[in-house]
Design a binder for this molecule. Structure first.
Ligand code: SAH
Ligand code: SF4
Ligand code: F3S
Length: 459
């Protein structure tokens, strides 16, 4: 062995696989950042990793099952490595970790650590402990601690991820919709302090970020003490963030109708940098189903909020989430869902078949809907939503809009950016650089993307 190789230990590598919502995506990057401080560099190749983390989602049955099939495959890799110089350490994080805890290690021996979402700031310690003392389970939580102790990403780390970033401002949920596991996996609603959010936003912008998406399970339930000590809500936070020089675009997700207050709607009217896009799930158009879901709003409440937002910001695109086949949903209830979809006219909307989740009130309800009925309803709903999305995209053709260029396209001569309405837009690469906001004319539309040419001359 060459002498200079003796003293340089190989750097350890971490591979993170992420399922679930944007909050999990944000958490995965923050975990990588925290581990990087501890000598682990990220890798996209699982074969090359010393530590594998599966950041999991528990929202529907399928999402949770995927974790175990994945772990089975990872066990083979771990077995192959067992007696080599590079044993593999395996961790499960996220909402399955929180919901199932020790059960995961009982079911799958390959797992060395199980860490719930509120404990990520302790991750480097937990990994070290698993290596020295054997399997660790850490699901006790205090989200305030996590907010306080997660280090900010360095400039280099932010730069490596591009010109858009997520920023968690609120975590957890107190709403207890009867179908949903989130209040159990993410705990009660906790807002991050105003000053912490402003500090993180500044550091992202200093590192070249142009667009920040504020995250929360109920992001519009965010509230906090402002600099003057008064309680403030999300609308005011958006005005404050809009003051940051160089922060060109703001978004927030996901909102609950109950917390869609007038201050937030006004921010949509006043702030150019707040993108004209609102993700506001309603779940169903039937009042009796909304009641059984414990949504604490009616279909009419939702329609009125959408009307107000459209009045404040006429070009706003509305997005949502729908569930079909909640226990007790009749044909009539489902028709009411189709009706609210027609009335809202979504630019984009996610739709799901109700999935029974252990521990939630919905799972105890007796009038579960037949799987075949759910399938048929979902197919009809999705056909309508596809029509609306296609129509929204087609209406963009011929318009001149601003696009933030985010990444290279599939062909070398293309770049991909985002419209204000979150559509992917493909443009010729000679018309700008990643990080530029360019004015383009939309020339073609597809269901999931648009293509465009520069609006003026480009060189
Ligand atoms: N806090 C957000 C998002 C919650 S999870 C909100 O309130 O909108 C994202 C979506 O998953 C939900 O909006 C809902 O449409 C869907 N979902 C949650 N639990 C589900 C279940 N048990 N079965 C099917 N879909 C579910
Ligand atoms: Fe789940 Fe309802 Fe909370 Fe959203 S508001 S996370 S759907 S319980
Ligand atoms: Fe899934 Fe947890 Fe997000 S259950 S949707 S990863 S909050």
């Amino acid at each position: 062995m060459a002498p200079n190789q003796v003293d340089t230990p190989r750097t350890k590598k971490v591979f993170v696989k992420t399922w679930g919502c944007q909050m999990n995506v944000y958490d995965s990057t923050r975990m990588q950042d925290a581990l990087e401080g501890d000598g682990y560099t990220p890798t996209a190749d699982i074969e090359d990793a010393d530590l594998v983390l599966l950041n999991t989602c528990h929202i529907r049955e399928k999402a949770a099952e995927k974790v175990y099939s994945h772990l089975g495959r990872i066990r083979q890799l771990k077995d192959r490595r067992a007696d080599t110089e590079r044993p593999l350490t395996v961790g499960v994080t996220g909402c399955v970790a929180q919901a199932e805890g020790e059960e995961i290690i009982r079911r799958e021996k390959a797992v060395d650590l199980v860490v719930g979402p509120q404990t990520y700031h302790q991750l480097p310690n937990i990994v070290a402990k698993a290596l020295s003392d054997g399997p660790q389970v850490e699901t006790e939580y205090s989200v305030e601690d996590k907010f306080e102790h997660m280090p900010l990403a360095t400039k280099k780390q932010v730069r490596s991820r591009g010109v858009t970033a997520f920023l968690t401002v609120q975590e957890g949920c107190d709403k207890f919709c009867t179908f949903c596991v989130v209040p159990y996996t993410r705990g009660a609603e906790v807002s991050r302090p105003h000053a912490q959010i402003i500090e993180e936003a500044h550091s992202l912008v200093d590192a070249g970020v142009q667009e920040i998406t504020l995250l929360g399970q109920n992001v519009n339930a965010w509230h906090g003490g402002g600099p003057d000590g008064n309680d403030m809500r999300l609308g005011q936070l958006l005005y404050d963030l809009a003051e940051i020089n160089g922060l060109n675009r703001l978004r927030y997700v996901t909102s609950h109708p109950k917390d869609m207050d007038d201050g937030l709607i006004q921010a949509h009217r006043d702030l150019d940098c707040l993108m004209p896009y609102l993700h506001l799930p309603v779940q169903s158009g039937s009042d009796s189903i909304l009641k059984a879901m414990n949504r604490s709003h009616t279909a009419q409440d939702y329609v009125e909020i959408i009307d107000k937002v459209r009045m404040a910001r006429p070009d706003v695109a509305i997005s949502g989430d729908m569930i079909v086949g909640f226990p007790g949903e009749t044909d009539e209830d489902f028709e009411a869902t189709m009706e609210i979809v027609r009335r809202t006219n979504y630019a984009q909307c996610y739709s799901f078949k109700y999935s029974m989740r252990p521990g939630t009130p919905g799972a105890e309800m007796e009038n579960q809907v037949d799987e075949a009925v759910k399938d048929a309803r979902l197919a009809r709903l999705q056909a309508l939503l596809r029509q609306q999305q296609t129509a929204f995209n087609e209406a963009c053709v011929g318009k001149t809009i601003d696009v933030l260029l985010e990444k290279p396209g599939r062909d070398a001569n293309q770049l991909i950016g985002r419209s204000p309405w979150l559509q992917s837009v493909v443009i010729p690469s000679h018309c700008g650089h990643i990080g530029d906001i360019v004015s383009v004319e939309i020339t073609h539309s597809l269901t999931n993307s648009l293509s465009a040419q520069p609006a003026g001359a480009c060189n």
